[in-house]
Design a protein. Sequence first.
Length: 86
Amino acid sequence: MGYQKLQAQRAITIVPSDTDNIPYIGNSTNEESCVLYVGTGGSLRVLTDGNDDVTFLNVRGGSFLPVQIVRVFATGTDADNIIALW
């Protein structure tokens, strides 16, 4: 299970996908959950590290989502400019 840190070492722009998890860009070959920065607000459907499929409504642009995420779904997500942080 992932853990939440106060600062990030790595970051990538997310392309939401209904089938693919967020690719981990660290030194491990394992998938690692991340927290998200949402640049443009809206709804955000995600799969958590605990395997929960949940939709966050009305996420504000310029905010962080302090939940350990492994996937951002294309279906159900209209937020944009999403960045994964590890």
